[in-house]
Design a protein around this ligand. Sequence first.
Ligand code: NAP
Length: 294
Amino acid sequence: MTARIIDGKTAAAELRGKAADAVHRLRRDQGIVPGIAVVLVGEDPASSVYVRNKSKAVAEAGMHAFDRKLPASTSEAELLALIAELNADPAVNGILVQLPLPKRIDAQKVIEAIDPAKDVDGFHPINVGRLSIGLPGLVPCTPMGCVLLAKMIRASLAGLETVVVGRSNIVGKPVAQLLLAENCTVTIAHSKTSDLPAVCRRADLLVAAIGKPEFVRGDWIKQGATVIDVGINRVPGEGGKHRIVGDIAYAEASRVAGAITPVPGGVGPMTIACLLLNTLRAACMQNGLPPPQS
Ligand code: NAP
């Protein structure tokens, strides 16, 4: 068996196109242009690339990008003052603070300072709580992308035996909540799980968010399962260069799985597309309009 490749690049391009159409309609019919402020503290090269890509996608979708680049020496008080300013600015519908922050700044304090209605990362405890009790809110982008990709294989995920490996606040836990809301039977596995291979083998739908290169082997995967690989790991490649691999041993897994996301080109591109959807959703909600369907 050779697994169907779940093409996140194409899916994300479609979503971005839909977001751009919705932005166009919002501007034409309501005179509203959604805006997002992406805040970057310091010069971390990976974060700078993410922020650049996010801002480019925001502009391409016809939204306003209010980039705020702050020096690495920025104090927690200065960052909190900027968040307060952005919370109060009606042109800013979404606020994203790029993580990680310098160690001196309490990231949780910063997340909790963001107006939950503008929290397009979905990390504020209010949005986390709303997701866990099934109320509408803003949900984290990468988990939303995982679920949209899984639904490309089966429109309904109801009843699927699902295993999520990883329990981080930004990926594992929210993806598990979203899958529960889709009526999956969800197991969350982590570093203390006993006999992880056997747990994974139960899964009709397996999501790996671990951060360990090619950790999940082909013989951990149930025949025909749908496999969503969130991992982004840099490993040494040919000629002293680096290459990116996921948390799943892709070549082995694609001989057993029914469908699988590649790395790169799977979950990664969906994250930015879902950020656009969240910003659009936030803009609609703040203006008393029904949120667009994703
Ligand atoms: P994280 O905060 O480090 O969490 C990793 C999780 O994996 C933890 O819950 C940990 O368990 C679990 N884990 C670690 N070793 C394990 C083992 N040996 N067996 C079973 N579980 C194990 O990572 P994260 O932020 O969730 O990110 C996970 C991966 O996704 C990373 O590669 C990251 O780069 C990638 N990522 C991709 C995107 C995207 O846009 N595609 C977005 C975010 C993250 P414990 O809780 O027990 O320690």
